[in-house]
Design a protein around this ligand. Sequence first.
Ligand code: DX5
Ligand code: ZN
Length: 213
Amino acid sequence: MKVAPSILSADFGNLARDVAEICESGCDLVHVDVMDGHFVPNLTIGPVVVSAVAKAATKPLDIHLMVENNTFFVDLFAPLKPEYISFHIEEEKHPHRLIQKIRSYGIKPSIVLNPNTIPEELEYILGDLDMVLLMSVNPGFGGQSFIDTVIPKAMKLDEMRKRLNPKCLIEVDGGVSDQNIKALKDAGVDVVVAGSYVFKHKDRAQAIKSLQI
Ligand code: DX5
Ligand code: ZN
């Protein structure tokens, strides 16, 4: 299991220090939550701050867009060369076109599904994706409780990707901890995002390790 700590739970007064620390602590990706105050009722960071994150990080960036105008934000963040850009299917009229745009920048495209969005939405697009991100909380805030219907959903998506695109990764975001990591692993999940669990732990390296099962 790969682990992507979400910097939403970092100390923003010491962001470069916290980003460097999680990278030294053995994380696999650095998860960056971009919120615009429209798609979700919260507002986070733009490319000026994320470029400082990119400088401090020794691991690739995993950018999660929670915004209304995906194309505008893809163009804004692409110069920072993240490994992945994920966008919400609920907010995109032309997902296929946007996937090609992300790929044209040399970035791996990923689609995010809200807790109520069915994986079958991806039937005709899964073959074009490098990753699918399943939300296990409602997007907008860190520190929420894990919604456990993501487990059967990940199992269903695992069946679909075996048939349509075995290389496509499954990532889960929200409320992940040592309490649900085994169930996520058994369901076929490849990458977990963990914000409060990693940043509130007194030994962050140990917290990350406990999820890398
Ligand atoms: C929620 C974000 C998550 C969040 C996860 O909208 O997408 O990445 O930071 O935080 P925890 O792990 O605390 O639920
Ligand atoms: Zn996220």
